[in-house]
Design a protein around this ligand. Structure first.
Ligand code: ATP
Ligand code: MG
Length: 564
């Protein structure tokens, strides 16, 4: 049926919602695609639902094409499988937990590895039953700490999650490749600009886990990419190689009077040296024990990276109270050398290599020391890559300066292995008649997030601007005038509809052409057809929403053009 705006439930807004920060959030609300119900909880209105459904359709077609079988698991789940895997606890505050009337514990599923493994355990008994790829397009629940940015980060959101089950590593690798291919086709078809980046650390990056990222200013992820080779990785997953150090003789340690220089900036300025010549010693508590982390003075410590390296130990910054019973630690003037260094556990960035000389705290108020040499004057207990990656850092593969960009994570593919099949003891009878532990992959796409990611990438100053495959209609017909124009607009709409073209027609009475044009641009349907001034002669205007190009055509010509 032709979608008539006179009958549609659609209210566009002239002003941005007060709480909206990102472009997609503003436009999707203003254009009447979504409506906020509560923090991070969204209602999909008719136009929004169409776009969401179009993306889901493409996802479904491509998942079916790699042999995926669609299922629908419950979102309301019992606690036990998640308790067995450890995630009931590990998820912490991210998990929505609830009780039933009998006091039993339940959760709203954030992702479904446990339940899929159990389903396969129930259904598959022999190697002949495998491999299988199962998927669902389902509502997920996560009590996100900062549910901002509209549907980009919801507490309730739509995800396609799939899981592969194989008897061996080759099978898993093949299922992973199939997903990689399907994801590539999905994002091509929906018109999203994306990058595939490594999500695991290691100098070369691995293929065991990759993310699909949509470059966009509103993205909460950052990724590095090499302008010279094809290396790309999530910044969390980059290990930058340490520069090699030439062995030279350094003069002995020299103490310097540096009053009022507790920060790297003040020290570098006082001594007129670059920050990179100084050694920054950040004090943290690792499971309560004070530990120093040494990085070059011009670099920042990435506490998340540090936490990941040291997990399950907890990492916290020290507070003033921690210094109270450590008179040996002089705040702002700590150095890893001498008696202090011997007592402190010292973690350092690989750039603090043996043989490098530094200006660092002398462990006395207002004093620093020069020519403090790693390996001669202090020892590093543990090297960890803990600095925040910066543009220009060398590519781990070819050494060229890396660039850093923001992006939205829209998909994740992951060779899980046997983590969950071990917890549910998922075995099938193998070829040799013995039980074989099944290996598993897990693959997600943020379907609702993709709507916003596409809006971010394609919108312009006038509004949304959808790629045709996922737009809520192919053509937006505008009746710009009175009865004659409305009559022609409806007639053209019906004829287009009969030719299989998806149409929205703005046949609202009492709404000015100006308002209708503004709304058409805001809604973002790729082609706008205007029945206006020359309606009486059977002439209409076609306008390309993206390029703004206009053309006058007869109705027949327009129909001919648009029916392909
Ligand atoms: P993020 O780092 O953005 O929180 P994630 O690593 O937690 O994502 P996964 O657990 O891999 O995400 O989930 C699979 C996909 O689901 C993600 O790639 C993303 O597209 C989507 N997704 C995850 N969390 C949300 C959310 N809160 N709102 C909308 N989509 C989400
Ligand atoms: Mg998350």
């Amino acid at each position: 049926m032709v979608q008539r705006m006179s009958r549609m439930m659609l209210k566009t807004l002239r002003d941005d919602p007060a709480d909206a920060e990102t472009l997609s959030h503003k436009l999707l609300v203003r254009a009447g695609y979504v409506r906020r119900t509560s923090a991070g909880i969204w209602t999909w209105l008719p136009l929004g639902k169409k776009v969401l459904e179009n993306i889901a359709r493409v996802v479904r077609e491509e998942m079916d094409a790699i042999g995926g079988q669609e299922v629908l698991l419950p979102a309301l789940l019992p606690k036990e499988p998640y308790e067995a895997s450890g995630r009931w606890e590990e998820y912490g505050e991210l998990l929505f937990r609830l009780k039933d009337r009998k006091g039993g514990d339940y959760l709203l599923g954030p992702t479904h590895e446990e339940i899929f493994a159990l389903t396969v355990k129930d259904q598959c008994t022999s190697y002949k039953d495998l491999p299988v790829i199962l998927y669902q397009i389902q509502t997920k629940y996560r009590d996100e700490a900062r549910p901002r940015s509209g549907v980009l980060r919801g507490r309730e959101f739509l995800m396609k999650d799939s899981y592969s089950f194989d008897t061996d590593d080759e099978g898993l690798a093949a299922a992973y490749e199939l997903h990689r291919g399907a994801y590539t086709r999905i994002f091509e078809r929906i018109g999203l600009d994306y990058r595939i980046v490594s999500a695991v650390s290691g100098a070369m990056g691995g293929s065991a886990s990759e993310e699909f990222l949509a470059p966009a200013a509103a993205g909460e992820d950052t990724f590095v990419s090499c302008p010279a080779c094809d290396y790309a990785a999530n910044t969390e997953a980059v290990t930058v190689p340490a520069p090699s150090v030439e062995r030279t003789e350094h003069p002995p340690v020299e103490e310097l009077d540096t009053p009022d220089t507790p920060t790297i900036e003040s020290l570098a300025e006082f001594l007129s040296v670059p920050a990179s010549a100084t050694l920054k010693n950040l004090l943290v508590k690792v499971d309560g024990e004070i530990t120093a982390v040494g990085v070059p003075g011009d670099r920042e410590v990435d506490l998340d990276k540090l936490g990941e390296h040291l997990a399950p130990a907890t990492v916290e910054l020290v507070t003033a109270d921690d210094f109270a019973d450590r008179p040996d630690l002089v705040r702002g003037y700590v150095g890893p050398q001498g008696p202090v260094g011997e007592k402190l556990r010292y973690i350092a960035d690989p750039r603090v290599a043996a043989g490098t000389a530094w200006i660092t705290g002398a462990n006395k108020p207002g004093k620093h020391a020069r020519n403090v040499v790693c390996g001669r004057d202090f020892e590093v207990d543990q090297y960890l890559d803990v600095v925040v990656v910066e543009p220009g850092d060398p590519c781990p593969r070819c050494g060229t300066g890396l660039r850093i960009d923001r992006a939205i994570e829209i998909g994740h593919i992951f060779q899980l292995g046997r983590k969950y099949t071990d917890t549910v003891e998922l075995d099938v009878l193998g070829r040799e008649g013995k039980p074989v532990r099944v290996t598993m992959g897990s693959y997600g796409i943020g379907v609702s997030r993709a709507v916003a990611a596409l809006a971010e990438q394609t919108a312009d100053g006038k509004g949304l601007c959808w790629p045709r495959e996922i737009a809520p209609a192919d053509v937006h017909v505008v009746a710009a005038g009175k009865a004659k124009q409305t009559e022609l607009a409806l007639e053209v709409s019906e004829r287009l509809h009969s030719a299989g073209v998806r149409v929205i027609v703005d046949d609202r009475a009492g709404v000015s052409p100006g308002v209708k044009f503004t709304d058409a641009e805001l809604l973002g349907v790729p082609t706008i057809l205007v029945a206006g001034r020359r309606a009486g002669e059977g002439v209409v205007e076609l306008k390309d929403r993206r390029t703004g190009e206009r053309e006058e055509l007869t109705v027949d010509e327009a129909l001919e053009r648009l029916s392909h």
